[in-house]
Design a protein around this ligand. Structure first.
Ligand code: 5GP
Length: 120
C-alpha cells in the first residue's frame, strides 16, 4: 500500500523553494538538482512537480500527460548535460527494500565516468 503524500517531505520543500538546492533544470513537469551526496561525477535528481510518493504511485495515478512530460524531462536533463554519447544511468528506489529515503518520486541520473554495477 502506498503511503499518502506528505507535502512536508524535503523534496517538496525544494520544489517550493523553501530550502535551497542547486537546480539545473526546470519545466512545467519536472525540476532537476544536484544530489547533496553525489556518488558519481554527475549525480542529479529529477522529480515531477506533482505530488507522487514513488514510481509506483506516479505510474498508477498520474495523468498520461504528466507521465509523458516527466519522462521527456528526464531525457532532456541527460542530454543537456552532454551525457548521451558516453552514456548514463537512471535509477528510482521504491520503498523499503530499495532504501527509498525521500517520499517524493525522484529519478537518480548518474554519469560522467564508467559506472560500476550499482549506485544509490
Ligand atoms: P533515495 O535513497 O530516496 O533514492 O535517494 C535520496 C537521495 O536524496 C540521496 O541520494 C540523498 O543524498 C539525496 N538527498 C537527501 N536529502 C537531500 C537534500 O536535502 N538535498 C539534496 N540535493 N539531496 C538530498
Amino acid at each position: 500500500a502506498t503511503l499518502p503524500y506528505d507535502d512536508q517531505n524535503i523534496f517538496a520543500k525544494i520544489l517550493r523553494g523553501e530550502i535551497p538546492s542547486q537546480r539545473v533544470y526546470e519545466d512545467d513537469w519536472a525540476i532537476a538538482f544536484h544530489d547533496i551526496a553525489p556518488q558519481a561525477p554527475v549525480h542529479l535528481l529529477v522529480i515531477p512537480r506533482g505530488p507522487y510518493v514513488s514510481w509506483d504511485d506516479f505510474s498508477e495515478r498520474a495523468p498520461a500527460g504528466e507521465i509523458a512530460g516527466f519522462v521527456r524531462a528526464v531525457g532532456r536533463v541527460a542530454r543537456d548535460h552532454g551525457l548521451v554519447a558516453a552514456g548514463y544511468r537512471l535509477l528510482a528506489n521504491v520503498g523499503g527494500d530499495a532504501g527509498q529515503e525521500v517520499a517524493h518520486l525522484h529519478v537518480h541520473l548518474f554519469g560522467g565516468q564508467p559506472l560500476g554495477p550499482m549506485l544509490a
